[in-house]
Design a protein around this ligand. Sequence first.
Ligand SMILES: NC(=O)c1ccc[n+]([C@@H]2O[C@H](COP(=O)([O-])OP(=O)(O)OC[C@H]3O[C@@H](n4cnc5c(N)ncnc54)[C@H](O)[C@@H]3O)[C@@H](O)[C@H]2O)c1
Length: 281
Amino acid sequence: METKIGVLGTGTMGAGIVQLAAQSGHEVVACDASVEALEKAQIYVREGMDRFARRGAFSEDEAAAHYDRIHWTTNVEDLREADVAIEAIVEKTGPKKEALAALDALLPPEACIFTNTSSIPITELASATNRPEKVCGTHFFTPPPVREAVEIPRGPATSDETVERARELVRSFGKLPVVVDGDVPGFVANRFLTPMLLEACRLLEREAAPKEDIDLIVKKGLGFPIGPFELGDFIGLDVALDVISRIHEATGDPYYEPPEILRDLVRSGRLGHKTGGGFYD
Ligand SMILES: NC(=O)c1ccc[n+]([C@@H]2O[C@H](COP(=O)([O-])OP(=O)(O)OC[C@H]3O[C@@H](n4cnc5c(N)ncnc54)[C@H](O)[C@@H]3O)[C@@H](O)[C@H]2O)c1
């Protein structure tokens, strides 16, 4: 299966999805509104492909061919001929609905629109388009070239054919698709991930232990591959705050009230790896 895939948004997730799609043999149009984000993504993808080549996943010549399959652009119109678009812009409902409406107006009628949202109900996002049956989630985890499963949140309007196309696409990336209810706040993954970060923040706020020690206990005691603060920095604290806030709003459950420490870091622009510092420098 060779498909032309449009990826809208080449930040932390979009860049990884671009890499994964291109090294799986697809032609990719990678679009971001920001030139700086595109340039960062180009470096990320080139280095990522070089790493895969060094580990023997493919040759250096193949890595170059994979990279050449990507068309980089700031012009969303370049997605016009895509067979499928994957939206990976900021986790905010308004901008995402605008982006999906723009893609709907632009793409061929048979194209599916997939969203990488972590928490926004699929029904709400699909309502911005005239093709809600062709909309569902493809929720990649970070970093997309490495994580093995991809959540596929579907809405009641998503057709079985669209779900099958999402599954096929994810399988073509060598990943495991898992279909879930796309109107459950936080889907499945973030109902596990966000409590871990919430608990970590609350323990830090009540000075139960320093952040390094909390991460250490979770990693070396519980055997998790990464500590909650390290993971938060990796995800992006703005994204984490948006997801927690949305689950809080949707469930009305005070448990999901975003911790002050997280709000403070986001307010001060410490968003994690992408800004050079978050919980850690
Ligand atoms: N960070 C994670 O670990 C993670 C994991 C799974 C899912 N997600 C989801 O993936 C999506 C993207 O998250 P991220 O962490 O990559 O965010 P990010 O902030 O790193 O990147 C977002 C990118 O979108 C671009 N952008 C914003 N509006 C745009 C528009 N209208 N058109 C084109 N480009 C636009 C920005 O310039 C930026 O480069 C979000 O929905 C998020 O919830 C994130």
